[in-house]
Design a protein around this ligand. Structure first.
Ligand code: FES
Length: 786
C-alpha cells in the first residue's frame, strides 16, 4: 500500500523522535525503555491523575510531546486536536480494528471462561475496516435520521418526568442512581426494540463489558468479569432469537433483522449477535456518563447553571460545551497499517494508538481558554467526543436529545439544585469511558417552582436534533460608549449585559455582531487582558452593505446587540524570529493587538501603517505611544506610500508577515512574497476580491452528504452553500465571500477548489474542510461530513 507521508505537522511540535529512537518495528512484546522522555515513561492511564482528569494529566504532552510512546501501555499516545482529528479521518492508514481489543491482555483462565459461554464477539460498526464497514453503516442508518429520532422525544421526556416525580419532594438524590443511568438504559432498550425487564442485570453486564475491554482487572477479577461478559453474550443471543420470530416491531434491532433479510451478505448472523451486545452498551452507557459529567460540571459552575435556568434556549449549546469539556469518551484506539507520520513523529506499521479525544477537546490550538466552561462557545460543537469521520458515533443525536431533555427538565423543575458539598467523585478505572459513579445533589423542596406554579413542569420546547446551528449561539452585549476615533471611524466599546466577564480572546480575533438583521464581522482591537469589555472600530463605508452606516447613524450608547465569537482565523504564531505587521486603513484593528502581543513577548517586530492621511488613521496616537520606534507611518497625502517590493525583497526563513487592509495592498503583498517560504504571509481581509460565479467557466458537480447518504447537485451557477440550502440542509453563513469562516464544512472525500481567504496554504493542501459559500469541487464529486 502506498502511504502518503509527506504532510508535515502544523502543530509546531518540539519532538521529532522517530522509531529509531524509540525502537520497535512491530508492536513490541517488551516495551522499549529508551528514547522516551521521563514524562512519557511515567504516563499511566490507570493512575490517579489520568483517571481524575484525563485532559489535565496530558497538558504537558499537548505542550511538549504531542505524540509519545507509553511503555506502560505499549501504545503511542496522541493528544493534540489536529492529530486526533486527522487520525479519525483516515480509517485506512489508521485502522479501527483494535478499538474493542482488551487493553489488558486476557488471562488463560478468563479466556477459558469466555469459551465456555461460546463468547464470539465479532467486529461491529466501531472496529471494522473498509470495505465491510460502510455498506453496513449505511444499511443500518435509517433509525438514526432526524425524522426517526424525533419520534423518540416524547418517550425520553415522559421517562425523565416520571423519574423526577419520584424524588422531587425528597430534597436529596443521587442523580446517577435515580435518573441518569436508568433513563438512558430504558431509552436504549426502547430504541433497540428489546424488552426492558432485565434492567439491573444489564447494568451489571455493562460494567463488566467496560472493565473487560478498557479496564485493568486483576487476574482474579478477570475470571469474574469474563463470566459476566459471557452471560451478557448469551443474553444478547437469546433476545435476538426472540426478536427474529417477529421482527416487524419498532426499534433498531428489528430493523437490522429486516435489513439482514434484504442484504444477507452485508449483515451476517454473527454480525447481528455482536451488534446486539455492543448496541446495548454503546446506546446507554456513554449517554449516562455524559449526563452525569454535565450535571457535575454545570453545578460546579453556577454562573452557567443560572444562565440555562433563565434561558433554556442556551441548552443545546450547553450540551455541546459539556461534551467538549467533560465528555464521556476520554480516549479511543487505532492501529497503523503502514509506517506513517503523526504530527512530527514517525510511527511504525502496526503501532497501537491511544487517541485521547478528551485531551484534543482541551487543546488551546483549537479551543480558546479550553479549561473554561463557556456555554456560548461558538466552536464547542467541534469537540471530538463522538469521534469524527466515517466511524463517528451513530447514536450521537440520540445522546444529544437525552442530554437536552435532562437539562431542560431539571433546570425547570429544580433550578435551586446544588451539589452535596465535599463529596468525592469516583470513576470506574479504565482508559476510555468516563463518568462519576454517583452525583449527590440536594435542594429545599419548599422552593420547588411547581409548588407555586403547578404548570411549570409541563412547559417544554422541542429539542434540537443534531448540533445547534452556529447562528443561534449568541451573547447579549450592551454598547458602553461610542467615540469618533478618526475621520469616518467610530470606536465602540461593548460590555456584557449581565456584567459577567466576556470570553478571552487572542490577537487577530474577530466577533460577529448582529446589526438590525445584518451580521457583520469586526476585529477586536482593545486589550485582551481586559475581560470586562471589547473594543471594535468601524469605518463608514459609503456604498457598503449597510452595516457600517447603521453603526455610525443609528447605534446608541445603551443599545443591546447580539454577538457571536470571538473567533480567530488570523492567529499570531508564536516563536517567529521577526514579525512584519502591515496595516492599511481600518486594517490596523487586528494588527495592533498582534503588535501589542509581540511587544509583551519581547519579540522582534516592525509595523507599517498605511493611510490616506494622519487624520484618517485610527489608533495612531496609541501606536506612536506604545510602538514608536517600531512603527513606520505611510501617509499617501504626504507621498509616503509603502513600497512593498522593496520592503519584502529578500525572503527570510524566520520572518512572519501579518497584513490586513484593502484588496489592492494585499494583492501587492502576495506578489511580493511569491518567493517567500510557504505561509510566511498571513492576511485578514475585509473585502472579497472575487465577483459572481461565471457559469461559462464553472462546472456542475455532486455533493454527497456522508451521514445521510443524500446527494445534492451543485449547478455551475450555484455555490455549494446555496445548493445545500435549496435541499433544506441548514448551513450557517455570514460574509458569503470567503472571508469569515462561518460556512466551513468538513470534507471527507474529493478534491476541493479552494477560493476562500480563510484557510492557509497548508490547510488547503490537507483538503479536509472547505468554505461552502465560495469553494467548489475540482472533479465531479465531493463528500462532506454532514
Ligand atoms: Fe463567510 Fe463563507 S460565509 S467564509
Amino acid at each position: 500500500m502506498q502511504i502518503d507521508e509527506s504532510s508535515p505537522s502544523e502543530n509546531g511540535g518540539t519532538d521529532s523522535r522517530t522509531a529509531t529512537q524509540c525502537p520497535f518495528a512491530q508492536p513490541p512484546p517488551v516495551p522499549p525503555d529508551d528514547g522516551c522522555s521521563a514524562q512519557a515513561r511515567s504516563f499511566d492511564p490507570f493512575g490517579e491523575d489520568y483517571q481524575q482528569d484525563p485532559p489535565g494529566s496530558l497538558r504537558w504532552s499537548r505542550a511538549e510531546e504531542p505524540v509519545f510512546y507509553s511503555p506502560v501501555l505499549g501504545y503511542w499516545v496522541v493528544t493534540r486536536y489536529a492529530d486526533v482529528k486527522a487520525i479519525f479521518q483516515d480509517n485506512i492508514r489508521f485502522s479501527p480494528s483494535i478499538a474493542l481489543e482488551k487493553i489488558t491482555p486476557v488471562s488463560a483462565e478468563a479466556t477459558e471462561v469466555l469459551r465456555r459461554h461460546d463468547y464470539a464477539m465479532a467486529r461491529t460498526l466501531v472496529n471494522e475496516d473498509e470495505p465491510a464497514h460502510m455498506p453496513r453503516r449505511r444499511a443500518l442508518m435509517e433509525p438514526f435520521t432526524a425524522a426517526a429520532l424525533a419520534q423518540q422525544e416524547p418517550v425520553v421526556r415522559r421517562l425523565v418526568r416520571e423519574r423526577v416525580d419520584r424524588f422531587i419532594d425528597t430534597g436529596e438524590a443521587d442523580l446517577v442512581d435515580e435518573l441518569l443511568y436508568e433513563v438512558p438504559l430504558t431509552v436504549a432498550l426502547h430504541f433497540l426494540g428489546v424488552p426492558e425487564e432485565d434492567m439491573d442485570k444489564l447494568r451489571e453486564y455493562s460494567v463488566a463489558h467496560t472493565v473487560n475491554t478498557w479496564g485493568r482487572p486483576t487476574p482474579e477479577q478477570q475470571v469474574a468479569v469474563a463470566d459476566t461478559v459471557g452471560k451478557f453474550w448469551q443474553y444478547a443471543g437469546e433476545v435476538l432469537e426472540k426478536l427474529r420470530k417477529d421482527p416487524s416491531g419498532p426499534g433498531w434491532m428489528p430493523y437490522a433483522i429486516r435489513m439482514q433479510r434484504r442484504l444477507p451478505e452485508v449483515i451476517t448472523d454473527s454480525y447481528l449477535h455482536s451488534i446486539m451486545m455492543a448496541g446495548i452498551v454503546a446506546a446507554h452507557e456513554t449517554t449516562a456518563h455524559a449526563a452525569a459529567n454535565a450535571f457535575r460540571l454545570l453545578l460546579e459552575n453556577r454562573g452557567a447553571w443560572r444562565e440555562i435556568c433563565a434561558d433554556p434556549a442556551l441548552i443545546p449549546n450547553t450540551v455541546e460545551e459539556c461534551l467538549r469539556h467533560s465528555g464521556s469518551v476520554a480516549a479511543w484506539r487505532r492501529i497503523t497499517t503502514a509506517r506513517t507520520r503523526i504530527g512530527d513523529v514517525t510511527v511504525p506499521e502496526g503501532a497501537k494508538l491511544l487517541i485521547v479525544n478528551s485531551s484534543a477537546n482541551h487543546d488551546e490550538r483549537h479551543f480558546h481558554d479550553p479549561d473554561e466552561v463557556d456555554i456560548r462557545r461558538e466552536n464547542a460543537r467541534d469537540h471530538l467526543t463522538f469521534g469524527y469521520g466515517s466511524h463517528q458515533c451513530m447514536g450521537k443525536n440520540l445522546a444529544r436529545m437525552e442530554l437536552q431533555i435532562f437539562l431542560e427538565e431539571i433546570t425547570t423543575r429544580l433550578p435551586h439544585l446544588e451539589l452535596v458539598p465535599d463529596q468525592r467523585f469516583h470513576y470506574l478505572p479504565n482508559t476510555s469511558f468516563r463518568g462519576p459513579e454517583h452525583v449527590r445533589v440536594r435542594w429545599d423542596p419548599r422552593d420547588n417552582p411547581e409548588r407555586a406554579n403547578p404548570g411549570t413542569a409541563r412547559n417544554s420546547r422541542p429539542v434540537t436534533i443534531g448540533e445547534p446551528p452556529r447562528r443561534t449561539i449568541t451573547r447579549p452585549v450592551k454598547v458602553e460608549s461610542i467615540e469618533q476615533a478618526a475621520a469616518g471611524i467610530a470606536r465602540i466599546t461593548l460590555v456584557d449585559t449581565r456584567a459577567e466577564p466576556l470570553p478571552s480572546w487572542s490577537p487577530g480575533a474577530h466577533v460577529d455582531i448582529e446589526l438590525n438583521g445584518m451580521s457583520r464581522q469586526y476585529s477586536l482591537c482593545g486589550d485582551p487582558a481586559d475581560r470586562t469589555r471589547y473594543q471594535i472600530a468601524v469605518f463608514r463605508e459609503p456604498g457598503g452593505r449597510g452595516g457600517s452606516e447603521y453603526v455610525h447613524d443609528r447605534l446608541r450608547v445603551g443599545d443591546q446587540l447580539n454577538l457571536r465569537g470571538p473567533r480567530n482565523n488570523f492567529k499570531l504564531e508564536p516563536d517567529a524570529g521577526h514579525y512584519v505587521f502591515i496595516a492599511g486603513g481600518i486594517g490596523i484593528t487586528p494588527i495592533i493587538a498582534m503588535a501589542d502581543a509581540a511587544l509583551r513577548a519581547g519579540s522582534d517586530y516592525e509595523i507599517h501603517y498605511c493611510g490616506r492621511s494622519a487624520g484618517a488613521m485610527v489608533l495612531l496616537a496609541r501606536l506612536i505611544r506604545d510602538h514608536g520606534n517600531r512603527l513606520t507611518v505611510h501617509c499617501s497625502d504626504q507621498g509616503g506610500r509603502l513600497n512593498v517590493d522593496e520592503l519584502l525583497a529578500d525572503p527570510r526563513e524566520d520572518t512572519q508577515i501579518y497584513a490586513c487592509g484593502p484588496q489592492r495592498l494585499l494583492a501587492a503583498l502576495e506578489t511580493a512574497t511569491a518567493r517567500w517560504p510557504q505561509n510566511a504571509l498571513r492576511v485578514e481581509r475585509f473585502e472579497a476580491d472575487r465577483g459572481a460565479l461565471d457559469p461559462a467557466h464553472e462546472h456542475a458537480f455532486d455533493v454527497e452528504l456522508a451521514e445521510s447518504g443524500r446527494t445534492v447537485r451543485v449547478a455551475a451557477d450555484r455555490s455549494v452553500l446555496a445548493a445545500l440550502r435549496e435541499a433544506d440542509v441548514d448551513v450557517p453563513s455570514d460574509c458569503e465571500q470567503g472571508l469569515c469562516g462561518t460556512c466551513e464544512l468538513p470534507v471527507r472525500d474529493g478534491e476541493v477548489d479552494h477560493r476562500d481567504h480563510v484557510l492557509t496554504r497548508t490547510e488547503r493542501r490537507r483538503n479536509d474542510k472547505m468554505m461552502t459559500c465560495c469553494s467548489r469541487a475540482r472533479g465531479a464529486k465531493l463528500t462532506l461530513e454532514l
